[in-house]
Design a protein around this ligand. Structure first.
Ligand code: SAM
Ligand code: DTB
Ligand code: SF4
Length: 331
């Protein structure tokens, strides 16, 4: 056994993971890795339960950032039209539909570099209205100042999504208009405001396994592990620099989920974007390896997701059900 791999994972959260240890987990025999992840999963969660989130793009396109995977950057010709910020009532109506469809958390996404104070009242009205429906609230609006984070918390925001996207060494190949440190600073503002963090990344952007380990190493050594940890499989967008990337092999994707589960044992790990092009069997392997959240609803932000009937059929066949336990506590 590789010297960097401990023979047993206790399932207790650790914040002192080394990059070598994370890389060594990726190198385990597949069945051994998935078994260990499944064991850790059972320490903190009922493995038959899935947390269900639904997305809505409340402001689409025209973004000044140059994230090389994104359909919404104004730097690339992707055919996605820019829209204005939606009215709060329309957002709340969409959230009510999402709740009726079974969603537990409603996540509002805006194609912004950062939140502008002038937009805060309208965003706060959306958050308050969605929360009043009895849904958990999440938003992803770009970078935040500590004051803005406190304002969102006061409006009733439970979660803020802000991804590190990839490992620090590959990051410059993906985006150059904001730094890794900028992202860490926004995450710190979110934590300090008392909100739960949703933070993960994307695989399939041409990164190496070391870069994937680098992302998970960053997440596992944050002052608090993310409460939600989304692992997105790149949705390739024609016209973006990364639109032609070679897809990551399904087994490597499962390894990413399994290592995420082991290094952040209390995080709700989301099998996030990319299910539209995954088989039922691959998704089931991800759940076995510790994924316990999905996006529901036929649309993510600008791309497709499996529809309600497809997911209901999958959950029924797997005998899995919506998560009943409360929000996980930061580790
Ligand atoms: N503009 C805000 C920001 O970037 O902070 C919020 C929205 S942004 C679309 C949220 C996250 O979605 C990105 O950080 C990225 O991880 C993920 N994402 C965006 N486009 C994607 C794609 N084509 N495939 C997979 N994940 C994607
Ligand atoms: C996250 O990690 N994935 C979501 C959410 N956070 C905002 C976004 C996925 C977007 C997929 C591409 C699209 O639909 O445009
Ligand atoms: Fe803008 Fe977010 Fe897309 Fe980057 S990921 S281009 S910040 S919308």
């Amino acid at each position: 056994m590789n010297a960097h791999v401990r023979p047993v994972d206790s399932g207790q959260p650790r914040h002192d993971w080394t990059l070598a240890e994370v890389e060594a987990l990726f190198e385990l025999p597949f069945t051994e890795l998935v078994f260990r992840a499944a064991q850790v999963h059972r320490v903190w969660f009922d493995p038959t339960e899935l947390q269900l989130s639904q997305l809505l793009s409340v402001k689409t396109g025209g973004c000044p950032e140059n994230c090389g995977y994104c359909s919404q950057s104004q730097s690339f010709q992707t055919g996605v039209a820019a829209t204005r910020l939606m009215e709060a009532q329309a957002v709340i109506a969409a959230a009510a539909e999402a709740k009726a469809g079974g969603a537990q958390r409603f996540c509002m996404g805006a194609a912004w570099r950062d939140l502008k104070d002038r937009d805060l009242p309208k965003v706060a009205a959306m958050i308050a209205g969605v929360k009043a429906l009895g849904l958990e609230t999440c938003a992803t609006l770009g970078m935040l100042t500590p004051d803005q984070a406190r304002g969102l918390k006061a409006a009733g925001l439970d979660y803020y999504n802000h991804n590190l996207d990839t490992g620090p060494e590959y990051y410059d190949q993906v985006v150059t208009t904001r730094t890794y440190q900028d992202r860490l600073d926004t995450l710190a503002a979110v934590r300090e405001a008392g909100m739960s963090t949703c933070c993960g990344g994307i695989v399939g952007m041409g990164e190496t396994r070391r870069d994937r380990a680098g992302l998970l190493h960053q997440l596992a050594t944050l002052p608090a592990h993310p409460d939600s940890l989304p692992v997105n499989d790149l949705m390739p967008i024609a016209g973006t620099p990364l639109g032609g990337s070679t897809p990551v092999d399904g087994l490597e994707f499962v390894r990413m989920i399994a290592v995420a589960r082991i290094v952040c044992p209390r995080s709700v790990v989301r099998l996030s974007a990319g299910r539209e092009h995954m088989s039922r069997e691959l998704q089931a392997l991800c759940f076995l390896a510790g994924a316990n959240s999905i996006f529901v609803g036929a649309r993510l932000l600008t791309t497709a997701n499996p529809d309600k009937d497809t997911d209901e059929g999958l959950l029924a066949d797997l005998k899995m059900r919506p998560m009943t336990m409360g929000v996980s506590q930061p580790a």
